[in-house]
Structures are given as structure tokens and as C-alpha cells.
Design a protein around this ligand. Structure first.
Ligand SMILES: Nc1ncnc2c1ncn2[C@@H]1O[C@H](COP(=O)(O)OP(=O)(O)OP(=O)(O)O)[C@@H](O)[C@H]1O
Length: 222
């Protein structure tokens, strides 16, 4: 479980948000929504320990690893690694045969989970946008996370490809009880995949049932 208690963040004199309270249960699939600059990335950075809260508390089980999938960025055609090698990048390099065997099994399992087994030898630079994003997703699963943060990970992909990626994330959420926190500006995906939304409004966070999410929540000034 992740719980925020009166969480407040300032950068110098700038207040980003204050008195934020919420609970995210294991296995939840929630969206984190709100206009540009409202504090979504800052909040997940606090979850990942990359930023410190100004006051209040964020309670999160320190033993739970967090996976992070960034926004899609294209990769040059001549990028030197294939999909499997790219997924391996987050592993520590080791010469121990026992550890290497274990790593090979981990990679095999993750490629299967993310439906990349057939594509593992494809140079990443030649992969489609959706395949590249799946490779980032696979990389984020290396430390066996219990929480997955998708930071606008579907932005700039075609609609069909977005859905395929989200279907895969939904499968991981259901099969492995993975908690998913989806930062998004996408109204349709919020409605289709998430059950609750945490909505930044007036420098604080409101919990909204997905049936009450409206398009203007993605646009209003923060
Ligand atoms: N390291 C930093 N130093 C100073 N100000 C920062 C820093 N990081 C973020 N901010 C400011 O904090 C506010 C919230 O930024 P944040 O990136 O969390 O918003 P966001 O909701 O994720 O926006 P977007 O939807 O555009 O990605 C913004 O005004 C931003 O400029």
C-alpha cells in the first residue's frame, strides 16, 4: 500500500501541492491526472525517492521495488543493441556462471511476460514504436517490482499501439497483482483501463471515480 498523509511539496517559494492525502492499495490500477505543471511527475519522484517532500509523509513499503516506464522516445536506426540486450541493460554484469544462469532465466521470463520472445533478436532501432515501448516495459520489470509507474508512456504512440501496450499492462496488473500508477493526459485510456483517478486540482489531489472523470480535467489550469 502507498499512503500519503498531508503531503506538501515546494520548490523554493513555489508551492506545487499541499495537504495531499490518498491511499493506493496493492493491485490498484489508478490514473494520475491533471493539467501540465500540476505536480504529477513530482509526486511520482517522491514515491521513487528522487525528490523529498517538504512536509507530510508518504508511506510506502521500502521492500517493494518500483518499475518506471518513461514517455516514448524514438531510438536511432543504428542503435547497437537488440531487444534482448536492451532489456538486459539494467542487470548488473556478472561473470559468475550461477548468477548468469539465473539472469538468463529472469530475462526469458520477462520477455515472455511482455510478449517479446519472438522479437528478442530484432535490433531495437528497427523495432516499431510499440515494440520499443514494450522493451522499456520489460526493462522496468527486471527488479520484480510490485509497483509500476507509467509516466505518459503511451504518449505519441498510435491509438491501436497504445491499446496494445495498455492491454499488456492490464494483464500484468491482473495476473501478478501489480499496482499500476498511470500518469496520463489521455481521457480515453483513463476511462478504459483505470478504476480510480487521482486528480490534481487547485494545488491538491482529489480522488475521483473513473465514471466521474471528464475531459476538462486534463485541461484546466493548475
Ligand atoms: N527540480 C525542480 N525545480 C524547480 N521547479 C520544479 C522542479 N521540478 C518541477 N518543478 C516545477 O514544479 C511544477 C510541477 O511540475 P511537474 O513536472 O511535477 O508537473 P506535471 O504535472 O508532471 O506536468 P506535465 O503534465 O507537464 O508533465 C512545475 O511548475 C515545474 O516547473
Amino acid at each position: 500500500m502507498i499512503e500519503a498523509k498531508n503531503l506538501t511539496k515546494r520548490f523554493g517559494k513555489q508551492l506545487v501541492f499541499e495537504n495531499v492525502n490518498f491511499k493506493i492499495n496493492d493491485g490498484d490500477f489508478i490514473s494520475l491526472i491533471g493539467p501540465n505543471g500540476s505536480g504529477k511527475t513530482t509526486l511520482v519522484k517522491i514515491m521513487m525517492g528522487l525528490e523529498k517532500e517538504t512536509s507530510g509523509k508518504l508511506l510506502i513499503d521500502k521492500k517493494q521495488n518500483i518499475g518506471y516506464v518513461p514517455q516514448f522516445r524514438n531510438i536511432d536506426l543504428d542503435y547497437p543493441l537488440n531487444i534482448e540486450q536492451f532489456v538486459r541493460l539494467n542487470l548488473k554484469f556478472t561473470l559468475s556462471p550461477a548468477k548468469r544462469k539465473q539472469d538468463n532465466e529472469t530475462i526469458k521470463r520477462i520477455l515472455e511476460k511482455t510478449k517479446l520472445t519472438q522479437l528478442k533478436d530484432r535490433p531495437l532501432g528497427l523495432a516499431s514504436g510499440g515494440e520499443k515501448q514494450k522493451a522499456y516495459l520489460a526493462q522496468s520489470l527486471l527488479n520484480d517490482p510490485k509497483i509500476l509507474i507509467l509516466d505518459e508512456s503511451t504518449a505519441s504512440l498510435d491509438v491501436e499501439v497504445k491499446m496494445q501496450l495498455m492491454d499488456l499492462v492490464q494483464e500484468l496488473n491482473e495476473k501478478y497483482n501489480l499496482t499500476v500508477i498511470f500518469i496520463t493526459h489521455d481521457y480515453e485510456l483513463t476511462k478504459k483501463y483505470t478504476s480510480r483517478a487521482l486528480f490534481f486540482k487547485n494545488k491538491t489531489l482529489e480522488e475521483v471515480h473513473v465514471s466521474d472523470v471528464s475531459e476538462d480535467m486534463f485541461e484546466m489550469g493548475g
